[in-house]
Design a protein. Structure first.
Lengths: 326, 293
């Protein structure tokens, strides 16, 4: 870990980071001077573990929002490196351009050949500008669909990673049919005749997230979020005050536990203590296991059953009172 | 009966409903500021006689305008919102719902039903902007999905008339999922060869545009409607400047290849009849099963 760049840590995790920094320093000095620091290190480690638990077991929704957007959080490309082998990225929608806010390509997962598609954020200003902060244009969604259709033709399952603040709200995006591009993905993913496993890895922001989100199994990383609009956007509209985003985050029920309770997702993938960004490899291993389990189950289903269950899964989403049925 | 006489009949039925409008009721055209008397607006289907601006039409007016007289049967009533998130901003969501119900007399932001348009049977959903900005929550998603499933069951065309600010924020993730839910049913209509006509009226934005509204086999827009994914204010903020003249208007969408037809309100029924007639077989106006591959 790069301890120096304090700006890349969140306020509430700083005490833990500082404690870990102390442990590291102690160990480094022991290496140099040959001192025995084992006892002290063990004491501090135990303290750090306790502190980590204290901080991370009772996170406020807004803190989860911050973790989901953490500058050190593993991105799609980071995760691909740990989870898949033989990844070959494929570019472009064949109509307008390649959208770097979405990456996709052929990959191997154990014995399985799959198609991987995910939103891609940058890690610093330069890469974020290239990736447009993970906000896709219509051509991004169209690239995704092109790859999914190819996967279907060759009977390869599709895995998607969701991590976007939302679809890009700009002139060109509207001109080229942002709404239609998202809508078409929803419809075509509903009918895609191969298993689809969706993992919300970071920010699941609105229609731009959902455009990769129709599948047979939907999982969220523990500290990821999923909502109809960003907390800031919600605050601006409903509270008429963008600064009320903490309150909005709470009201919107956007955490993985909420999504599970609302019946939208199939499971929560636990994060390492301190969040996914503390241990990319460990996080990736959990995701990998979950995808493999899901695919092993889904592969057993005949295509018609798969598609009927997928339709039923989404038909069941929503909460209302029905006078005719009660 | 030709579509012309049908349309004329529909319009007559519509205008004869409101004989009791006082002469002195008027409003200004929001586009050209011309003073428009309600009596004259009613005759003109709430289109400004001076500039052609389409003013809001009620759900009942659309039913009277579009559906063959005596064929409308409302379906899927009694489905109401439950506030699964226990959502509260400056007001409780429960209270907003209650207030909207009282104000509009509607259960939620969509009315569904079955009827005929130019003798062709349809399952139709009409969104209502006056109910919480026509926003789509669980109830709207459920009712529209059921209406689409009716199209599958009875093998009749689906028609949805949209006007909506988008997803209902007070239902957050559940409202987002209604986009996937309705689009999933549309995938079935598509594979079963059931036609879907989407009518986009002012305004249609957000999650509604980014799901069923843009997925018509035919997308028909009323003139001058605002249609888009992101709202104009958000785009202005993003680009830090003004939007080009006519950006996100029906005419803009036609030019950019997103809608097939712009139909004035007076022509809307005739346009739908022409289109629907193309999908059906002969006199029994049935929709043929798709050839199986
Ligand atoms: Zn006017």
């Amino acid at each position: 870990m790069d301890w120096k760049k304090k700006a890349l840590w969140l306020d509430f995790e700083l005490p833990l980071v500082e404690l870990e920094e102390r442990i590291q320093t102690l160990q480094d000095s022991a290496d140099v001077r040959g001192m025995d620091v084992q006892e002290e290190v063990a004491r501090l480690r135990a303290k750090a573990e306790k502190l980590g638990r204290e901080i991370f077991e009772k996170l406020e929704p807004w803190q989860r929002v911050q973790l989901a957007r953490h500058p050190r959080r593993p991105t799609t490309v980071d995760l691909i490196g740990y989870i898949f082998t033989d990844f070959q990225e494929l570019h472009g929608d064949r109509m307008f351009r390649d959208d770097p806010a979405i990456v996709g390509g052929m990959a191997t997962l154990g014995e399985r050949k799959i198609m991987l598609i995910g939103h891609q954020k940058g890690r610093d200003t330069k890469s974020n500008i290239k990736r447009n902060f993970g906000m896709a244009h219509p051509e991004g969604y169209r690239k995704a669909l092109r790859l999914m259709e190819m996967a279907a033709r060759f009977e390869r399952p599709v895995v998607t990673f969701i991590d976007t603040p939302g679809a890009y709200p700009g002139l060109g995006a509207e001109e080229r049919g942002q709404a239609e591009a998202i809508a078409r993905n929803l419809r075509e993913m509903a009918a895609l005749p191969v298993p689809i496993v969706v993992v919300v890895t970071g920010e699941g922001g609105s229609g731009g997230a959902l455009a990769l989100g129709v599948g047979d199994r939907i999982y969220m990383l523990e500290n990821s979020i999923y909502s109809v609009i960003s907390p800031e956007g919600c605050a601006a509209i409903l509270w008429r005050d963008g600064a009320k985003s903490k309150e909005a985050a709470k009201a919107m029920k956007l955490t993985s536990a909420d999504a599970r309770r609302l019946g939208v997702i199939d499971g929560v993938i636990k994060e390492p203590i301190g969040g996914a960004h503390r241990d990319h490899e460990g996080m990736a291993a959990s995701i990998q296991g979950q995808i493999q389990d899901a695919l092993a189950e889904l592969e057993q289903l005949p295509v018609n059953d798969l598609l009927d269950r997928r339709l039923q899964k989404f038909l069941d989403m929503g909460d209302f009172e029905d006078a005719g049925r009660s | 009966m030709s579509w012309l006489t049908q349309a004329a009949k529909g319009i007559k039925a519509l205008t004869s409903q409101k004989k009791d409008i006082p002469d002195n009721l008027w409003r200004k055209c929001p586009n050209c500021s011309e003073v428009l008397y309600h009596r004259e607006l009613d005759r003109n289907l709430w289109v400004c006689g001076s500039c052609g601006h389409h003013l809001p039409f009620t759900t009942e007016q659309f039913i009277a305008l579009l559906i063959d007289e005596g064929t409308w049967e409302e379906t899927h009533t009694g489905i109401t919102s439950v506030d699964a998130l226990d959502f509260k901003d400056s007001k409780r969501y429960k209270d907003r719902i209650k207030a909207s119900r009282q104000k509009t007399g509607k259960e939620d932001a969509v009315i569904c039903g079955r009827g005929a348009i130019g003798r062709v049977p349809v399952s139709m959903s009409i969104m209502d902007f006056s109910f919480m900005g026509g926003s789509m929550g669980s109830v709207v998603g459920e009712k529209i999905s059921r209406a689409l499933l009716d199209s599958l069951r009875y093998r009749e065309a689906a028609v949805i008339l949209s006007r909506s600010g988008g997803a209902r924020m007070q239902e957050s993730l559940l409202s987002l999922m209604q986009m996937a839910k309705t689009s999933s049913v549309l995938a079935r209509l598509r594979s079963e060869g059931i036609p879907f006509i989407s009518i986009l009226t002012h305004p249609t934005t957000g999650g509604v545009t980014a799901s069923y509204s843009m997925l018509g086999d035919i997308n028909v827009a009323e003139p001058g409607a605002l249609i888009g994914f992101a709202g104009p204010r958000v785009i202005k903020q993003t680009i830090g400047g003004d939007l080009p003249e006519g950006f996100q208007s029906s005419e803009f969408l036609l030019e950019k290849g997103q809608v097939d037809i712009i139909a004035e309100r007076r022509e809307l029924k005739a346009t739908l009849e022409r289109a629907l007639n193309w999908f059906v077989e002969g006199r029994d106006v049935s929709i043929r099963r798709p050839p199986r591959g």
